[in-house]
Design a protein around this ligand. Sequence first.
Ligand SMILES: Nc1ncnc2c1ncn2[C@@H]1O[C@H](COP(=O)(O)OP(=O)(O)OP(=O)(O)O)[C@@H](O)[C@H]1O
Ligand SMILES: [Mg+2]
Length: 334
Amino acid sequence: MNRVKLRFADLEIEFTDRDRGIKQIYEWVERGIRFPLVVFGPEGCGKTAWLKQSIEVLRGLGFEVIYIDPLRKDYIAHTSVESIIRKLAEAAAEAIGIAQIKLATLSIDLVKELISVWNKKRIAILIDEVFQAIGLDKAEIYVKGLLGLIEYPPVNYEKLIAIVATSEGVTRWRIGRHRWANLMPMWNMPKKGFEELYEKIPSPKPLFEEVWELTSGNPGMLSQLYQAKWDLNVIVKNMIEDKKLTPIFINKWRSWLEKAIEDPDVLWDPNVPEDLINELEVKNLIVYFIRDRDLELWIDIPPPERDLELGIGKRVAWQTPLHREAVKRALTEI
Ligand SMILES: Nc1ncnc2c1ncn2[C@@H]1O[C@H](COP(=O)(O)OP(=O)(O)OP(=O)(O)O)[C@@H](O)[C@H]1O
Ligand SMILES: [Mg+2]
């Protein structure tokens, strides 16, 4: 399998590890899928990288593949149907805002077109962060549209794979209400694979164990740390601002947050106000209601059962130790 080259800060790094996550693509192709797959996971855990590697895998299996990243106005079309490539290019060339919506809505129509032109072929549609482009309130309708493609294709096809990735934890609850998709979580990278990625970053750099304890295997955080010349204060300060950890927020939830810093499973307590959970999820600080660590239920490798050093509880986890650190710092400074 050809490993794709990915942008990593100012470097170009080959797709690393995630062996099981890649093997799963082969299995889904073999078995066929009955539902669109919606992949969710912490910010920067590597969803986009995995989708991009999947493009290669699917191509190798004889698929016509369309990958669309509406937010970044990015697309990759491996198809011999020229009208599809032209339509994608036209949509991406539109003004900012319009291009995002056009690319997102076009995705379903283009697959229909592809199916009708390429009768009985293998077709894959991979869409990155589409819900942010169309608005979270339209997530359900979008997924239903994808399901329609699988259930009622315009003509016969051999295999159709539809995968959507999202870092918006809250969309999970909207989509999960219906049986329109197979929701699959993805976690940060496992330690061994993450170390392989760390090795590809030029020195000077802190020891691997230190980086692991800060990032818990999150490649996006690794990239940010590298860009900040390993100054974690920069990351934490930015995060306090970006996540809007204001005195109002901190003081409103101080006592729960102080406990959650020690053990995120405290947030599983039935006495915790739902508003707090919602706010922490919308801010992408935690992952809530983590499912059993059954391999079959996860893309690639699930997180450990519980690892308080890394801020991972059985049912609730900080997205990375640096997310926890930002809250901890806000609690002491505000
Ligand atoms: N397996 C991997 N091998 C090499 N680089 C990776 C891997 N996974 C992720 N990266 C790199 O780490 C960074 C963050 O990953 P990526 O953008 O895929 O995460 P994400 O989950 O899509 O994040 P977001 O939630 O922000 O969309 C990127 O530079 C990406 O190329
Ligand atoms: Mg992404």
